[in-house]
Every structure is written in structure tokens, then in C-alpha cells.
Design a protein around this ligand. Structure first.
Ligand SMILES: [Zn+2]
Ligand SMILES: [Zn+2]
Length: 340
């Protein structure tokens, strides 16, 4: 087995298992180091001890590399492969093949761990037809939200990447986007002209989540009625498990919010992250009744987290959301027509 591929797959699988970042990064860094050498060069370095002395190659990454060079599947990888679990039951397994894309993902331009090309490669390996890159907006300083200037730079990089993908016949359409903060006054945290140029605008609340229901409702309505908004991100902001602890859902007039989403053609996000599971089941039922569209999104911050989309697919299936009402089952042309 190719050593770089083995290290990358281990990192990917650790991310899907939601292992701590430092563990994942050891494998990603080792992969970058080893990937710069030819197999012959790597063999020579392994034989004379230089590999062991290389900065960033530790005991566990060294073992993986040596076992890969021996021609087998490294033990660490075999163990991760055999431990693979899926959240999908029968209904989730029926819906999954109909899902074509993912409209909410982050790169290292904001608080993601990885450059855009690695996110794209992972999305391709998962069979996605499209992926929207939606890094954070300026207000979210803790997440290195993108200023208008940096977003312009990112758009230029994406343009270049699109050309590369097209010339390779990669079969994945990389969409431009943003996860834009909904500010306290209900406006969106980026220049309107710039938002208008993006394929996908996910509008989310990340601050003052505990404001009273009336304030939250007005704030969310401001974003939903903005013609540039395509998706309402993780609408309650709740956290149900995980390293960041738990957080109760925000309070708002859900009937008014979902009625406004239906009227303004804003899709309600089913955020797949196991620690979010947002919206809760009862709100998905309410949004269904209101006639809303849905978008099942991974909200991935690392390549392996793109695979966590299955958790959202399973929830949508269990809640009885028809595939036709999930915009990520639509072909990309139909999706873009609708979004624009
Ligand atoms: Zn968010
Ligand atoms: Zn996000």
C-alpha cells in the first residue's frame, strides 16, 4: 500500500470518528512530509534510519509507513476499517443514494483544519457531485471570519481550482459560498454585493443565542427575508453532546420562522453534526408542515467530517422528509437556478 494514502486514510477515518485534532494532525503532517519523496527515496530513508529521525515522524506514523512499505495494510488502518460504523438504518440507506451534494463546509481560510483542495478531494472520494465552501464572515473573529478582501481572494482561488477540476474531469462542481453571521439587527455580516455573487449563502446565528424569543424571531426574520439568503443554518444553535459541552436551543417563534422560510424560498438546514442534531425532530416536523425545503449539510471543518453527512441523512429519513423537498438531492443546475 502507498504510505501517503495509508496516512491520509487514517487521518480521514480518525476525523470521521471525531478523534482529537492533535492525533489527526500527526498523520496529516507525516503524509505531507512523506508525500514529497518518491517511493525509492522513502525506502532509502527508511533503510538507513533517516526516516526515524525526521521531524514530525513519530512512533505510530513510522510504524504505519514501514508496514505500508512492506506491502501490507498497516495494522492501524486495518483496525480503523474494521471498526467502521454507520448511523444509517433502512430508511437512511434508501435516502442516501439520492443525496448529491453538501452545501456547508469550512476550510483553513476560517476555522477549518485543511486547505480547500483537500476538502475537495475528500468530497470527490465520497461521491459528492457538488460541494459549497462556506467559510465564516468577519464578525466571527474567533473563527478567523473572512473580510470582504479575503473573501475576494478566496473566490479567485476557487475559480482556479474549478478550472483544474474541470480539466481533470473530476465530476465535482465546487460552489462558492459563505456561512454568514446574522447580526443582532437581522442584517447579514458581509457586503451585499459580494453576497450576491456567491452560489450559496448559509445564514447562521453564532452570538447572543440566549436573547428572548421576540428578539431572536425578529433577528432571524431579517435574514430570511434578505433575498441573498439561501439556507438558514443550524437554526436553534443547540449542542447536544461533544467536547464543547451542551447548549439549549435558542427560543423563537418557530411557526413564523418556518412560514417565512417557505414564503421566501429559504431552505431549512438539517445540520448533520452529531453534536448539533439541529433542528430537533419536533422542529423538522413543524418545518415540513409549513412547506419548507431542506438542505442536509455536514458543516465539516475537516475532510473526514464530510462523511458525517450520514447522520443528517438518517435524521431526515426518520423524520419522513421527502427526497424531493431536500435541495441537496437536486442536480446542480436545478439547485443553482433555484438559489439564484
Ligand atoms: Zn455555524
Ligand atoms: Zn459552519
Amino acid at each position: 500500500m502507498d504510505a501517503t494514502e495509508a496516512l491520509d486514510e487514517i487521518a480521514f477515518r480518525l476525523e470521521t470518528e471525531r478523534a482529537p485534532q492533535f492525533k489527526v494532525q500527526a498523520f496529516r503532517k507525516a503524509s505531507a512530509t512523506v508525500g514529497a519523496w518518491s517511493t525509492d527515496e522513502l525506502r532509502a530513508r527508511a533503510a538507513d534510519g533517516r526516516l526515524k529521525a525526521t521531524k514530525g515522524i513519530g512512533a505510530s506514523t513510522l510504524e504505519v509507513i514501514l508496514q505500508a512499505l512492506d506491502g501490507g495494510i498497516p495494522d492501524r488502518l486495518a483496525k480503523l476499517r474494521s471498526a467502521e460504523t454507520s448511523p444509517l438504518t433502512e430508511s437512511g440507506r434508501e435516502l442516501r443514494p439520492q443525496i448529491r451534494g453538501d452545501l456547508h463546509a469550512h476550510s483553513d481560510w476560517s476555522d477549518g483544519t485543511t486547505p480547500i483542495p483537500q476538502m475537495v478531494a475528500a468530497a470527490i472520494s465520497l461521491g459528492r457531485e457538488y460541494l459549497a465552501l462556506t467559510d465564516h464572515s468577519p464578525n466571527l473573529t474567533v473563527a478567523h471570519g473572512l473580510t470582504a478582501e479575503r473573501l475576494e481572494q478566496q473566490l479567485a482561488e476557487i475559480e482556479g481550482l474549478r478550472e483544474v477540476l474541470e480539466s481533470r474531469g473530476a465530476g465535482l462542481r465546487l460552489l462558492t459560498g459563505i456561512e454568514v453571521d446574522i447580526l443582532d439587527d437581522g442584517t447579514l455580516d458581509q457586503r451585499p454585493e459580494l453576497l450576491g455573487r456567491l452560489d450559496i449563502v448559509v445564514a447562521s446565528i453564532h452570538s447572543h443565542l440566549r436573547a428572548d424569543a421576540r428578539t431572536m424571531t425578529e433577528r432571524m426574520l431579517g435574514a430570511i427575508t434578505d433575498e441573498r439568503t439561501t439556507i438558514l443554518g443550524h437554526c436553534t444553535g443547540r449542542l447536544v453532546e461533544g467536547s464543547r459541552g451542551t447548549r439549549p436551543p435558542s427560543e423563537f417563534d418557530a411557526e413564523r420562522i418556518f412560514a417565512a422560510c417557505a414564503e421566501n424560498d429559504v431552505a431549512v438546514e438539517i445540520n448533520a453534526r452529531p453534536e448539533r442534531q439541529d433542528p430537533p425532530d419536533e422542529l423538522i416536523a413543524l418545518a415540513l408542515e409549513a412547506g419548507c425545503l431542506f438542505s442536509i449539510d455536514s458543516d465539516a471543518h475537516a475532510p473526514g467530517q464530510l462523511a458525517l453527512l450520514d447522520y443528517g441523512i438518517e435524521r431526515a429519513a426518520l423524520c419522513g422528509v421527502p427526497a424531493e423537498r431536500i435541495i441537496t438531492t437536486w442536480p446542480v443546475e436545478r439547485l443553482l437556478d433555484w438559489a439564484h
